[in-house]
Ligand binder design. Sequence first.
Ligand code: IYR
Length: 220
Amino acid sequence: MTDAHVPLTGYAVIPEAEMTERLEDFRALMASRRTIRDFAETPVPRALIETAIRTAGTAPSGANQQPWHFVAISDPATKRAIRDAAEAEEREFYGGRASDEWLDALAPLGTDASKPFLETAPWLIAVFAQRTGEAGEKHYYVNESVGLATGMLITALHSVGLGTLTHTPAPMTFLRDICGRPAREKPFVLLVVGYPGESCTVPRKALQKKGLDEIATILE
Ligand code: IYR
């Protein structure tokens, strides 16, 4: 062991029977996650958002460079500005920029250019991917790393019963200006966070998840 390494701590072997039970519980918890587009105005404490972001910050990343930045927004004026800019982009997207093939793929979701949830939901979390570090150093595997952190953020929020929408208005450059982030950061995703609205529905299609046989090959 060199100075650069320390012993692994906090690792405990779990008996196999308990692994089976815990993993099945976790699978069921995650299988109950739905992407929602109708949010209640009910406030969500800032401390919960902060802990969820700290969880995301534990994600693995290329060379441990942690090439992410999260901007959590509850300020109504900023949410309003984001909604205005996102809806302007979406009007162009649905009004001609998207191919017919793309619109056909989206049809089962029933989405359109109207995004009221960007104001209704108590929190928006803009996730930024840092192509380079503060000193200009190159970051590696940026999209993979930020994708992993975002997955962990969604998982953390879901684990306490908070709903999310993974929203990707395209292009999202307006997020950088509104959030005051530097040019080396690329908007990665806008996560909408809160409790589901009372009459929240989800597309039937969203319930169809591929089975293990379709998503996995086991070479034993
Ligand atoms: N950004 C648009 C379109 C959209 C694209 C995909 I891919 C989706 O899974 C859902 C929507 C919108 O937010 O409406």
